[in-house]
Design a protein around this ligand. Sequence first.
Ligand SMILES: NC(=O)c1ccc[n+]([C@@H]2O[C@H](COP(=O)([O-])OP(=O)(O)OC[C@H]3O[C@@H](n4cnc5c(N)ncnc54)[C@H](O)[C@@H]3O)[C@@H](O)[C@H]2O)c1
Length: 282
Amino acid sequence: MAIQTVGIVGAGTMGNGIAQACAVSGINVVMVDISEAAVQKGLATVAASLDRLIKKEKLTEADKTAALGRIQVSTSYDELKSANLVIEAATENQEIKIKILKQLDEMLGSDVIVATNTSSISITQLAAVTGRADRFIGMHFFNPVPMMALVEIIVGLQTSDATRDAVKALAERLGKTPIIVKNAPGFVVNRILVPMINEAFFVLAEGLASAEDIDAGMKLGCNQPIGPLALADMIGLDVCLAVMEVYLKEFGDSKYRPCPLLKEMVAAGRLGRKSGAGVYTY
Ligand SMILES: NC(=O)c1ccc[n+]([C@@H]2O[C@H](COP(=O)([O-])OP(=O)(O)OC[C@H]3O[C@@H](n4cnc5c(N)ncnc54)[C@H](O)[C@@H]3O)[C@@H](O)[C@H]2O)c1
């Protein structure tokens, strides 16, 4: 089945980014959120992002007009009935997501695939609240969606091969590179990334090198665009800590214990860029 219209639930950071990626690739979008203000903000973010691409001469005014013309926004889930695939990109809260997925499951045709952009909730667990576990999948985009090439496609225990293949083809139509991943906490990228950041805190706490030298080491020695401690400040130290706590609980393996220095900094309110100070001061 060729996907002509993608439904998106949630017009926030990720939802509007996914909407832009679809619309620029010639796919119609219906994006819903809970308030008119939220959908209009999402649409304005897409317009501003397209303007930046015009400035960089990557798009023309005509491309922008065409892309915006493909995005319909609404506060009513009824509008999602025209979609061949719906991507849930609402707030990262299990209760909210379960409520949304049940609502979608009841109203969408039986052939419609439902994907979730969750970064931490089990795909198999979410699939189980729907009556379409074989047509349910994780489609984990990275922020900012229009710039980031990767989509992790997370296959739950009951996801069918046909669903996996359809979603992989969609990611490729968006110009993204998909990787296929089995469901497990953190999937693949965050499973490797966040323990690496945690290890950087251990190295800092042990006084092996300064924060600047740890970051310089990983940038210059591993070709990383940003050092792990500077990245922790961007992600938010509280988010990094929460992710490590999930791994420790879910895997029951002490190798995922959060670094005490990371815990201390979170307790002190040094959360990174968003609080004005983390490892570094902003
Ligand atoms: N921000 C990131 O870097 C990032 C990266 C990858 C994945 N994710 C995941 O993407 C999802 C969305 O994250 P975000 O950063 O865009 O959040 P966000 O807070 O920017 O946006 C969430 C949007 O969902 C809307 N929403 C809440 N309940 C709703 C409902 N019942 N129906 C419709 N809309 C509803 C909110 O009004 C809000 O506009 C989360 O699952 C998150 O874990 C985020």
